[in-house]
Design a protein around this ligand. Sequence first.
Ligand SMILES: [Cu+2]
Length: 536
Amino acid sequence: MFVRTSIIPAFMLAAVFAFPVAAHAAPEGEVSTDATRARDARIDAFFARATAELRVAAADALGDALVLAPPPPPPAMQRVSITSLTAAQLLSLRKGFAQMRAWNSQPHGSANYKRSLVYWANMHAYIGGACSAASGINNQGMSGLSTQNATTPDELATWCTCEHGTSQFLTWHRMYIYYFEQVLRAASGDATLTLPFWDYETDGHVPASYRATKYFYRGLTRANPLYEKNRQAQLNAGTAALDPAVTSPSNAMSKTSYGPFNGAIEQTPHGAVHCATGVAGCPTGYMGYVPSAGNDPIFYSHHANIDRLYECWLRVKPSSRLPTGSILTAQFSFIDGTGNLVTRTVSDMLTTQQLGYSYAGGGGCPLRIRFPIKWLLEEKPIHIYELAGPVRFAAGTTRVPIRITPDARRAMLTAIPERGAPPRQQLVLDGLAFDEPPGVLYKVYLEGAGGKRQLVGVLNFFNATAPKHNMPGMDMKAEPPSFDVTDALKALGSGDEVKLALEPSTGLTGVSPEAAARQVNPKANVRIGAVRMELH
Ligand SMILES: [Cu+2]
């Protein structure tokens, strides 16, 4: 039933490390021939592979935390955090966005229009035409936008092609921001410009360079092309930050294979940051609505950060974490830095090595990525327990008693012999749906006796605004929201009185749940079909 873990007995590690490093040099007196050189190459390759595998095995054997190996030396193009741009880099970034905005008014079909900000936003998705309902233009926080319609061959090939709620979420967005960066670089006139990432986990504020309405350059005050007024007011004022529940990648980082990781990171931090940045939850503000999100310059740095987190996660074990199968043969079309239409295959643009960029400071990855000891075990659950039936969300916080049977409790605590550890517990919310978007996010807590509670994640409704899901209710068939609750249940103790609590949130720090509850759309009727716990 279990795939063997990669734990290698200590004596084997010792044996390999004891192998003389110079053992592959031709022994004294042996003449170097084609045959000996081929043998040496084989031995070198073996050592390279063995070192990589041993690093993983050693980390596995050491417990549930992995200290990441140092990253490879940086290629020429390195993406850095917005907050560590030099003045010259920030100026190039501003020039790039200012130029792309200026190209918005170029004629359709021209190379410059294909490199404009509105064109790139439309490539992701747009309001109107064959992409999404034109009525979306009336959503709160859409000022400055107009409905769009793809007509030219390049527009028909590239517009409204974003991937949400599919296995191509990470791969498509990696390709998309790669080409966006090429265009931004060309627009800036700075051949060294890279797309900076918004590291909201370190600091949840919108960076000052994206909040300022104006900036000063060469004796003139100019409009800041990185500013967008259709964001939550407190974020643009700098008086509130994104809540850590919104920005934490830890739930996604605990996944061990591509599909679950792709689904989990799309929810948090990706979708949660989108909804918390828009003016009043999804589908408001440019960022909170898929068909308008690409019109806010911070969108591209948000996605650079998602790409960076993807890279952090991949680096733990690229050989088993990169996507496989039909994902790799799909083709997508973009516009390159000179304004030409390009069609590329996913497998050719899969890794940062292929694309020639890296992330600064070791990627700024969390130094220790927690991962379950299961490591190389199957993602399939070994037990599933139904904890609660249908749930209708209340106006304020919804509390759902969940019954953990003695049977489930025993299974949760019993070590799996092959692993030497008990299974991880994952809470899954099936059949999440609504009549109208609620206009808030929901923090997900587990509560024990005496009001003790543990945050396990956050629910957002960004994907429900994607063109493919752009209708009442939402389709969460692909990946229902799921949360690793192992540590939370442990922290709450073994009492059987556990409640699931769903608390309205604007996604910002310093806003009370009561204030967020007042923002809930009374016609939302948010509901869950069932709550279950999976043991993995
Ligand atoms: Cu996005």
